[in-house]
Design a protein around this ligand. Structure first.
Ligand SMILES: Nc1ncnc2c1ncn2[C@@H]1O[C@H](COP(=O)(O)OP(=O)(O)OP(=O)(O)O)[C@@H](O)[C@H]1O
Ligand SMILES: [Mg+2]
Length: 258
C-alpha cells in the first residue's frame, strides 16, 4: 500500500532514451513504493515498453538516474537488474518450450546432488520445489508438472515465468508488460488475483496495460505516457477510467509534476 510517509523503494529520474533521432522516452520520472502496483498506460508508441526496458537493463538510457533504496544503481544488463531483484515477465517470452515447469523454474541454476562425488541433477527436488513455489507464492497448481511448456496455456506460462523470477532472485520489483493481453476471462481473473498475492508478499509491481478495467482492479497508482513523456499520474482510488482515458488521448492536459 502507498502511504504518505513511506520512502520510495525505486526512483527513476529524468530518464531519456533516443533511437536515432527519435526520442522514445523523454525526461520521465517514476517512483515505486514497496508492495505497490503502479500501472503505466498510454497509446501505442508512447514509450511504455522502452521505459521499463531501461529499468530491466535491456536498454541503457541516454540520460537519467535510477536509485534503489535511495542509492544510485547502474543497470547495464538484465543480469544487473536481476541482481538487484528487478525482473520482467512477458507472457510469450523467456520459457524454453521443450522443458517442463520445474526445468524452466530452475533453468540456469539447477539443483544438483552428488553421487559418488559427481554432481547429478536433482530432478525430484526441483519438481517438489517448483510445485511448492507455484502453489505457495504464485497460487496455481499445474494439472501436470511434467508437461513441456509448449503445452501450457498463456496464463500457466506466465505463472511459471513468475515462479522462476521469485525463485532465482530476492524479487523486489516485478515488471509485467501487458500480462493480460492474450488471456481468456478465467486466466485473466487468475492473473489479477496473482498480482494481488505478489503485492501481499511485498513485491512491487509495474504493470503495462491497455485495459483500464484491469488497471483499476490492481493498480494503486497509474502513470500516463504520451509521446515519450509522462503526462499524468493518478491514484486509482481518487480517479476514474474516464479521467485516465482523457489523459491518454490528450483530451485533458496537465503540467508534469516532479
Ligand atoms: N528497438 C527500437 N529501435 C528503434 N525504435 C524503437 C525501438 N523500440 C521502440 N522504438 C520506438 O520507440 C517508440 C516507443 O516505443 P515503445 O515500444 O516504448 O512504445 P509502447 O508505449 O510500449 O507501445 P505499445 O503500446 O504499442 O507496446 C516508438 O516510436 C517505437 O517505434
Ligand atoms: Mg509496449
Amino acid at each position: 500500500m502507498v502511504t504518505g510517509t513511506a520512502a520510495p523503494m525505486l526512483e527513476m529520474r529524468g530518464i531519456t532514451k533516443y533511437f536515432g533521432g527519435l526520442c522514445a522516452v523523454s525526461a520521465v520520472d517514476l517512483d515505486l513504493m514497496p508492495g505497490e502496483a503502479l500501472a503505466i498506460v498510454g497509446d501505442n508508441g508512447a514509450g511504455k515498453s522502452t521505459l521499463i526496458k531501461v529499468l530491466t537493463g535491456v536498454f541503457e538510457p541516454d540520460e537519467g538516474e535510477i536509485r534503489l533504496d535511495g542509492k544510485p544503481v547502474s543497470i547495464a544488463s538484465r543480469r544487473d537488474a536481476r541482481a538487484l531483484g528487478i525482473e520482467a515477465v512477458y507472457q510469450n517470452l523467456g520459457l524454453v518450450d521443450t522443458l517442463d515447469a520445474p526445468g524452466n523454474v530452475f533453468l540456469g541454476h539447477e539443483l544438483k546432488r552428488p553421487v559418488l562425488g559427481i554432481p547429478f541433477l536433482d530432478n525430484r527436488r526441483m519438481a517438489r520445489e517448483a510445485a511448492r513455489v507455484l502453489q505457495e507464492n504464485v497460487g496455481i497448481e499445474l494439472p501436470n508438472l511434467r508437461e513441456p511448456a509448449l503445452h501450457l496455456s498463456g496464463g500457466q506460462r506466465q505463472a511459471v515465468a513468475i515462479a522462476r523470477a521469485i525463485y532465482s532472485t530476492d524479487l523486489r520489483v516485478l515488471v509485467m508488460d501487458e500480462p493480460t493481453a492474450a488471456l481468456g476471462p478465467e486466466e485473466t481473473r487468475n492473473t489479477l488475483a496473482l498480482m494481488q498475492r505478489l503485492k501481499a508478499q511485498g513485491i512491487a509491481l509495474i504493470v503495462i496495460s491497455h485495459n483500464l478495467e484491469h488497471v483499476f482492479a490492481v493498480a494503486d497508482r497509474v502513470m500516463v505516457m504520451r509521446g515519450g513523456r509522462r503526462v499524468g499520474l493518478r491514484t486509482t482510488a481518487n480517479s476514474t477510467k474516464q479521467e485516465v482515458l482523457g489523459l491518454i488521448v490528450a483530451a485533458l492536459d496537465e503540467p508534469v509534476a516532479a
